[in-house]
Design a protein around this ligand. Structure first.
Ligand SMILES: *Cc1c(COP(=O)(O)O)cnc(C)c1O
Length: 405
């Protein structure tokens, strides 16, 4: 089949719930992917940070193959010999006492919502059905009906109502608004340490630390959604570390499986996790041995290859190089580690055409919101690859090529 056949087929048979770049990929290795015509691209999206370890990391491939040859799914009706070690290693990596495995990020967020609501009733003593969760404008926490109930992005929830009540929306980065929004019925504050989908929005210095203090003094649980920011992406293993914050609840997903298989988890200590009793919550595939074996290998790669430090070093250098380009079209370059947003000036058009031009030159980046081009390559990317990418980006952004350091 030709590229246009593939595109026509998807146009005919797929729901039109995405607007992908017109590239049909068939193979990947490390930071690079190939299309059906044999063209090679530097993957600067990394599946929204699910492929931090790089495409088909050999150690994860081996773990997946080995586990495929043994056992793939037991359901939680029985034990398997991969889930325990997986949760143990995940707790060691994150510093929590307990973990609850799910599959997608949205499911882990839903799990956290259930947990903090129940904690609100059974531990904090909130009256039945009165629990409130505070969330932020411009958030992204997934696509389930409950999660889009508190989205402020119209395309995410228009005509999908009626919505789940019990959420209060405040501006992101505003600790005064958080203080004002808290009532005796507040169970939790759910926040992204940095808003990825929202356009790589970095909150003011010390925001998370102050928010954590406000939560603590009001007996409100802090839930950090580290699904995109966690597992090395921002130059720390978890983005909350930038503020020295240990949230009460953390949700992880995406790179937890290195892009092999959907694996997510909610993490907390006993006080919160013990609200779950047998039969209260579950998932047929959650904690399955294949996903668990893959996640164990994926976490080991992050640690063994120091990918968080790598993200920090490469990210700082990459952002500085982008800033030095001095492009007439760029309003701002911002980010942390290898989560980088290049904001296109409104008078220079939207981000999409720049992404299309980058694709022509062998770089796959995706716009987020109208004006932001996000660069978030696999953390195993080579500096030389990024040097090459910077030359292409400079051409597309109409600027001189920066001198390499
Ligand atoms: C991707 C993402 C989710 C949802 O994860 P899915 O696996 O797509 O359900 C939730 N929160 C954040 C911050 C994300 O980036």
């Amino acid at each position: 089949m030709s590229k246009s056949d593939f595109l026509a087929e998807v146009d005919q048979y797929s729901a039109h719930n995405y607007h992908p770049l017109p590239v049909v990929l068939t193979r990947g290795e490390g930071a690079w992917v190939w299309d059906v015509e044999g063209n090679k691209y530097l993957d600067c999206l990394a599946a929204y940070s699910a492929v931090n370890q790089g495409h088909r990391h050999p150690a994860i491939v081996q773990a997946a193959k080995d586990q495929l040859d043994r056992l793939t799914l037991t359901s939680r009706a029985f034990h398997n010999d991969q889930m325990g070690p997986f949760l143990h290693e995940l707790c060691d990596l994150t510093g929590y006492e307990k973990a609850l495995p799910m599959n997608t990020g949205a499911e882990a967020v839903e799990t956290a919502i259930k947990a903090v609501r129940r904690w609100g009733y059974q531990v904090k003593g909130i009256a039945a059905d009165q629990a409130e969760i505070i969330v932020c404008e411009n958030n992204f926490h997934g696509r389930t009906t409950t999660v889009i109930s508190f989205s402020t992005e119209h395309s995410y929830n228009t005509d999908f109502g009626p919505f789940t009540p019990g959420f209060k929306i405040i501006p992101y980065g505003d600790t005064k608004a958080l203080e004002d929004a808290i009532t005796p019925n507040t169970a939790a504050f759910l926040v992204e340490p940095l808003q990825g989908e929202g356009g790589v929005i970095i909150p003011p210095e010390g925001y998370l630390a102050q928010a954590a203090e406000i939560c603590r003094s009001n007996r409100v649980l802090l839930i950090a959604d580290e699904i995109q920011t966690g597992l090395g992406r921002t130059g720390k293993m978890f983005c909350c570390e930038w503020d020295g914050v240990r949230p009460d609840v953390m949700v992880v997903g995406k790179a937890l499986s290195g892009g092999f298989y959907p694996v997510s988890a909610m993490l907390a200590d006993h006080e919160v996790m013990d609200v779950f009793k047998p039969g209260d919550h579950g998932s047929t595939f959650g904690g399955n041995p294949l996903g668990a074996a893959i996640a164990r290998a994926a976490m080991k790669v992050l640690v063994d290859e120091n990918l968080a430090e790598r993200a920090l070093e490469l990210g700082d250098w990459f952002m500085n190089s982008l800033r030095q380009m001095d492009s007439p079209h760029v309003a701002e370059v911002r980010g942390r580690g290898l989560m980088v947003g290049v904001v296109i000036k409104p008078e220079s058009g939207t981000a999409r055409p720049y992404c299309e031009q980058l694709m022509q030159r062998g770089i796959l980046a995706k716009e987020t919101h109208e004006q932001v081009v996000r660069f978030a390559p696999p953390l195993v990317v080579e500096k030389a690859d990024l040097e090459w990418a910077l030359e292409q980006i400079a051409e597309v952004l109409g600027a001189r090529v920066p001198a390499h350091s």
